[in-house]
Write a protein that binds this ligand. Structure first.
Ligand SMILES: Nc1nc2c(c(=O)[nH]1)N[C@H]1C(S)=C(S)[C@@H](COP(=O)(O)O)O[C@H]1N2
Ligand SMILES: [Mo]
Length: 161
């Protein structure tokens, strides 16, 4: 059982972890009623692609990097591909190294001011490496020390509040 200090959805340290926790980029997606799906980067590449242009990673400790064009799949497109009804309120995105954030359905809309939020598998047209975060959540409008730019996404849980 996790204690509060290790809950990835609670406020956490700004120190970035540079090391992927393991080599497997497969994501477990959990629908609001508990149905689960395993999603690989190869599957993501076959679904409608969205590019978030001119993104910056405002990184603690090693400055700002970018601009980058990140390409991936929006959360609504992920749901469409898996047959998950668009009735969820939030998505909980958690990495394998215990880092996470929440995205509301409003934030996840492709035309949202903070977006387009994508589960990115490519950067500047090149496949994202595991070391670079494959698969990485990109929240283009976030500037708070990259706290929502979750690398090594392991679980996406859709919740209906
Ligand atoms: N999985 C995971 N994602 C993460 C972190 C982390 O520790 N683990 N750190 C965050 C923080 S605090 C920063 S500053 C950036 C660093 O991103 P970079 O390694 O691409 O520079 O990643 C963010 N995403
Ligand atoms: Mo950070």
């Amino acid at each position: 059982m996790q204690n509060h200090e290790h809950d990835p959805l609670r406020p956490h340290a700004h120190e970035p972890n540079p090391e992927p926790p393991h080599d497997d980029p497969t994501i477990t997606v959990v629908a609001p009623h508990g149905e689960t799906f395993l999603v690989t980067p190869e599957m993501l590449r076959q679904w409608p692609a969205t590019t978030a242009h001119h993104c910056f990673i405002v990184s603690t400790g090693h400055g700002t990097s970018g601009p980058f064009d990140f390409t991936g799949v929006t959360l609504p497109d992920l749901c469409s591909a898996l047959g998950i009804a668009p009735t969820w309120r939030e998505a909980e995105i958690v990495s394998a190294d215990g880092f996470g954030t929440r995205i509301t359905r409003e934030e996840a809309a492709p035309n949202a001011p903070i977006g387009p939020v994508v589960l990115a598998y490519a950067c500047n047209g090149e496949p994202l490496s595991r070391r670079a975060g494959l698969v990485r959540l990109i929240v283009p409008g976030e500037r708070d020390d990259a706290l929502r730019q979750v690398k090594w996404v392991a679980t996406v849980r859709f919740v209906s509040l």
